[in-house]
Design a protein around this ligand. Structure first.
Ligand code: ATP
Ligand code: 4MY
Ligand code: MG
Ligand code: MG
Length: 388
């Protein structure tokens, strides 16, 4: 067994629904077969009584969301965060600030807009944020930004049952029915096909799902359509809203190149390992649009999820161990340098019996050490490590 696997403990914290949907027991079994200890974290007990942990997997979106208005949840999240900061070697999948960002569509869509400026391989449809106010203000904002109908209205909060309640709006009158805080996004025709990209570390998996049908572009007299997103884009969704009115060819999935580039960029922009990205292909242009990003999604239709997750964990454990070993070697090298400075100093001060003040404490680092250590880290250490 490699040393980075030996005695390692993987903690997890998922609600019953998530455990059941993922059949998480299968993952526990896989981890135990490879020699890991797996611990289900009980949030009612202090973490220090349940640790130590090398890795923690969680979907604490409910609690993170509640922590902004509920003091008990705030305390739990605060204690959890303090614990992982205290034991900084713990690998947390995923860090709370990165997860928190995805719970707020205002924040995540702003980030997607910035992302498309850096990388034009995908785009994020234009939108306006409505913090408060009436339909009249919504009309003004839409006109100001030059957005055209139809629009899709999404709640600001991106997680939880009510976050999936949406509306399709076809005219200014329909804007009177939206309730802030929400976001109004340009509707992109995409032939009713959604590509869900499920990311696990550096791997990703693409799954095809049903999606909303095409609608004529421009303002129309149609009444707004209210729907729940889970009734249109789950594997077994069966809705009139996903039935195309016209016969069309199957849309071509986004190319591997586009998906790889976009996921690589999003992974580092978001600072997440476990997330899902919803992509659609614009009918008129063939461009690929990102319309949603979810933290730790369902991975439904990805039979490789557990093995990909464990591989990702093992890659992280191995690189953590390498980094720790490198730190030890740098420290040893630094001590060795100090010792040789001592020898030299003793030789040169032998006659007078004088010693440099910093030599009084042999653990004190001489001023030249950082430069030498960094030379050691970048030039010598890789060669040393490759021999270990
Ligand atoms: N800009 C858009 N243009 C066209 N269709 C869209 C757009 N945004 C969303 N949709 C459709 O609406 C559905 C729900 O939107 P979205 O993915 O943002 O909601 P969600 O509730 O966050 O979904 P999830 O369950 O994946 O978290 C999508 O699956 C897609 O069918
Ligand atoms: O079960 P969870 O609470 O994690 O639900 C997530 C759901 O997974 P599920 O498929 O297991 O329902 C995801 O579906 P897929 O993208 O994978 O289709 C997506 O809807 C997320 O937005 C949900 O996260 P939440 O809205 O709750 O933050
Ligand atoms: Mg979605
Ligand atoms: Mg979502």
């Amino acid at each position: 067994m490699p040393s980075w696997r030996k005695g390692k403990r993987i903690g997890y914290c998922l609600n019953d629904k998530k455990k059941k949907k993922l059949n998480f027991q299968g993952f526990e079994d896989l981890c135990r077969q490879r020699g890991y200890e797996v611990i289900e974290i009980d949030l009612a007990k202090p973490l220090c009584e349940q640790g130590p942990f090398d890795v923690i997997i969680h979907k604490l979106s409910d609690l993170i969301l509640e922590s902004s208005y509920d003091s008990q949840s705030h305390q739990l999240i605060h204690d959890f965060q303090t614990y992982v900061e205290t034991y900084s070697s713990i690998i947390l999948l995923d860090p709370f600030p990165a997860v928190r960002l995805l719970l707020d569509r205002f924040e995540s869509y702003r980030l997607l807009q910035d992302f498309q400026k850096q990388d034009s391989c995908i785009f994020s449809p234009p939108y306006v944020e409505l913090n408060s106010g009436t339909g009249r203000e919504a009309v003004a904002r839409i006109r100001e930004q030059g957005l055209t109908f139809p629009l899709i209205c999404k709640t600001r909060v991106a997680h939880g049952p009510s976050s999936h309640e949406m509306a399709l709006i076809f005219n200014e009158e329909g804007l009177g029915e939206v309730s802030a805080p929400c976001l109004l996004q340009s509707f992109v025709n995409h032939d009713a096909v959604l590509f869900k990209v499920f990311v696990v570390g550096s791997s990703h998996f693409v799954v095809r799902r049903p999606s909303l049908k095409n609608f004529p572009r421009g303002e129309s007299a149609r009444r707004s359509i209210f729907f729940n997103s889970h009734s249109v884009s789950k594997p077994d969704s069966c809705s009139r809203l996903t039935e195309l009115d016209e016969a069309t060819l199957e849309p071509t999935p986004p190319s591997d190149n586009v998906i790889c580039r976009a996921m690589r960029g999003l992974r580092s922009t978001l600072g997440l390992s476990l997330f899902g990205v919803d992509l659609i292909v614009e009918k008129q242009t063939g461009r690929c649009a990102v319309i949603d990003v979810n933290a730790f999604p369902g991975y439904e239709g990805v039979p490789e999820f557990f093995s990909a997750l464990l591989n990702h964990i093992e890659t992280l454990l191995e690189s953590h161990e390498q980094a720790a070993r490198a730190r030890v070697l740098v420290a040893e090298y630094s001590l060795h340098q100090q010792a040789s400075h001592v020898d030299k100093a003793q030789e040169s001060t032998h006659d007078t019996n004088l010693r440099a003040p910093w030599l009084a404490n042999s653990l004190e680092t001489p001023k030249s050490a950082p430069a030498e250590s960094s030379f050691f880290t970048f030039a010598v250490l890789p060669a040393v490590l490759s021999r270990h």
